[in-house]
Design a binder for this molecule. Structure first.
Ligand code: APR
Length: 173
């Protein structure tokens, strides 16, 4: 699958058309990757986010990238893990689906995802990572030639190992 790639990087450094932010429903910033993106993008990002009136879990909204190397930021709100019986898998899959749908309407060719919900939101990595890979792969199969590259951007070693392992077993089948 040549248009999906695993990267170990700080997502704010990536020169791609869009980076995806693991935001919260207020879209008013926070810690983790959200904090890093707002810090790197500068105050104009928050100013634009304030005009968006928040974002429900599983959905995605797009802004400019401002001081980031990326042209756009796609903000999506992952589910908080409550044990797995609160529709978390569907909501997490929707984060990837809705972010990719937004990318298509903005003619975005290269996009980088962090491991949505795998930090503060507590989604078990071994459940979130295969779901992310499967969801993105299925989107690319149905929408050929719309995206040149999807990067799974891993910040910690744990996530990187999870993606490498899950990738190998997914594409071996
Ligand atoms: N680049 C890439 N990935 C990063 C970066 C970065 N600069 N910083 C953190 N990450 C990784 C984390 O290691 C984790 O694997 O992003 C993944 C998601 O972690 P969080 O940022 O904690 O996001 P999430 O679990 O979705 O929780 C969202 O956290 O920051 C707040 O405002 C945010 O309330 C929201 C909640």
């Amino acid at each position: 699958m040549q248009n999906i790639e695993i990267l170990q990087a700080n997502i704010v450094t990536l020169k791609v058309d869009a980076i995806v932010n693991a935001a919260n429903s207020s879209l008013l910033g926070g810690g983790g990757v959200d904090g890093a993106i707002h810090q790197a993008a500068g105050p104009e990002l928050l100013a634009e986010c304030k005009t968006l009136n928040g974002c429900p879990t599983g959905e995605a909204k797009i802004t400019q990238g401002y001081n980031l190397a990326a042209k756009y930021v796609i903000h999506t709100v992952g589910p908080i893990w409550h044990g797995g019986n609160n529709n978390e898998p569907n909501l997490l899959a929707n984060c990837y689906k809705n972010s990719l749908a937004l990318a298509a309407t903005h003619k975005i060719k290269t996009i980088a995802f962090p491991a949505i919900s795998c930090g503060v939101y507590g989604y078990p990595i071994d459940a979130a990572v295969p779901l992310a890979i499967k969801t993105v792969y299925q989107h690319l199969q149905k929408n050929k030639h719309t995206l040149d590259k999807v990067y799974f951007t891993c910040y910690g070693e744990d996530i990187l190992q999870a993606y490498v392992k899950s990738f190998a077993s997914f594409f071996k089948e």
